[in-house]
Design a protein around this ligand. Structure first.
Ligand SMILES: Cc1cc2nc3c(=O)[nH]c(=O)nc-3n(C[C@H](O)[C@H](O)[C@H](O)COP(=O)(O)OP(=O)(O)OC[C@H]3O[C@@H](n4cnc5c(N)ncnc54)[C@H](O)[C@@H]3O)c2cc1C
Length: 400
């Protein structure tokens, strides 16, 4: 694997993640997959080890309780962390908590940071992000309906969300609620912090691709019925929900892609190793041209995704929102992820569908990547619209 894309100090740090993954995470995967009480205890034990090893919360800066150094740094670490589904939880950088921590860090009042952010980054709390609703198109958040009405010093919330990932057994949610239905569409929503135990909040995990899961590994329906929380739980200003969601989802999208880089590379390793080992029709699968094409196409796609990720990460670290770069990376990498894993499954034949390798689980998770945090089609629309707008302004488009 080429290493020249990252500063040597990042590469040195990454070897610590690799050693930790080899020693603690890969050997634990089968046990963690069982999602029983013993698996919860094991996660807690591994989190303690990650903290002691100075590898905790690499997405957050030290002043917010993490060990990170920006997006490029996090991209580099994720080529190791992303290889295992459970590792993000072990290192305290799991979605959706990572994104929620970032917006609490940016927009939280001192009281909110103390009550919600500190336990979150410290690994003593988990959270969920409650935006998508079953009854309206999540791609177009101007359609959202869940209402919060101010009553004295409280918000009173009513509505129905779903796909609130990780909501089962979590501590609080970041809710996108409509507070000002008559305002212009992008000023109608407000972000509100809702403790999960508040009366009227009901959380129910939904089976996704046949798997219901438990705790962090869930996607939940969350219903809000007459839920009362103080107006002091408003995150940012009233009417700021669209702006905050955008601030959260941009980095969140690139975080997903960073983890996918690890997933793709693991699938690639498995594909190449198995192709050399398995024999059919007089020789190893590695000698069949179709398999060679899959390996070559996968290598090209993985490297393209790496370069697109580095480019977007550098631009974000320099202060740009990198909207076009993040959107084109998101849809391109989601497709590459699915394709690389699918080829690796195919090379493994029936074995690829069993639990003998992590490929089947990886394939199931990969499919959601083309939908969550914006379906492919919406990201293509964002990219094309922005480029065309630039042409209409007579500026053309320069690839920087
Ligand atoms: C695994 C997973 C985890 C998730 N986690 C969370 C979470 O934690 N919190 C949360 O709030 N949400 C979460 N979501 C929800 C996710 O963000 C939404 O599913 C997504 O925004 C799409 O909304 P929708 O499902 O309502 O699809 P819709 O908006 O109804 O779109 C359906 C389809 O229509 C097509 N489409 C839409 N717009 C266009 C267009 N402009 N041009 C062409 N085609 C278009 C696309 O093919 C799209 O897939 C998660 C989803 C998944 C799958």
């Amino acid at each position: 694997m080429s290493t020249a894309l990252f500063p040597p100090v990042y590469l040195e740090k990454r070897t610590h993640y690799r050693e930790f993954m080899d020693k603690h995470v890969y050997p634990a995967e089968r046990s963690l997959d069982r999602e029983d009480d013993a698996a919860l205890d094991l996660i807690a034990a591994l989190q303690g080890k990650a903290r002691s090893a100075g590898l905790w919360a690499p997405h957050m800066p030290p002043e917010a309780g993490g060990t990170g150094d920006g997006f490029l740094y996090y991209a580099c670490m994720n080529e190791e962390i992303g290889r295992s589904y459970w590792a993000q939880l072990v290192f305290g950088c799991q979605a959706p908590d990572a994104g929620n921590a970032e917006i609490l860090h940016l927009y939280g009042t001192p009281e909110q940071r103390e009550r919600f952010l500190e336990p979150l980054v410290g690994g003593r709390a988990r959270s969920f992000f409650s935006m998508t609703e079953p009854d309206v198109a999540g791609s177009d958040p101007t359609l959202l309906r869940t209402r919060a009405v101010q009553d004295g010093d409280d918000w009173v919330i009513d509505g129905q969300k779903w796909f609130s990932s990780g909501a089962d057994a979590s501590t609080f949610g970041v809710l996108f609620a409509i507070t000002d239905p008559d305002a212009e569409p992008h000023r109608r929503g407000t972000m509100i912090l809702v403790p999960a135990e508040t009366p009227g909040v009901e959380i129910r995990p939904v089976a996704v691709m046949g798997h219901t899961g438990r705790g962090w590994n869930t996607h939940c329906e969350v219903s809000y019925t007459g839920v009362r929380v103080p107006v002091a739980n408003t995150l940012g200003e009233r009417g700021d929900a669209f702006r905050i969601a955008q601030k959260r989802l941009g980095p969140g999208r690139i975080h997903h892609v960073m983890r996918w880089l690890g997933q793709m590379q693991r699938a690639f390793d498995l594909m190449c190793s198995y192709a050399l080992e398995r024999e059919a029709f007089g020789g190893p699968l590695a000698e069949k041209q179709t398999v060679q094409n899959w390996i070559a196409d996968s290598a090209a796609e993985i490297q393209a995704c790496r370069l697109l990720t580095m480019d977007a990460a550098r631009k974000i670290d320099e202060g740009s929102e990198a909207r076009v770069e993040v959107s084109l990376l998101k849809f391109y990498a989601a497709k590459a992820l699915g394709d690389v894993i699918d080829r690796a499954v195919q090379v493994h034949g029936a074995r690829g569908l069993t639990d003998a390798t992590p490929l089947a689980q990886m394939a199931a998770h990969a499919r959601g990547g083309r939908i969550y945090d914006g379906p492919d089609e919406v990201h293509r629309m964002v990219v094309a619209r922005r480029i065309l707008k630039s042409y209409m302004a007579g500026e053309g488009w320069s690839f920087r």
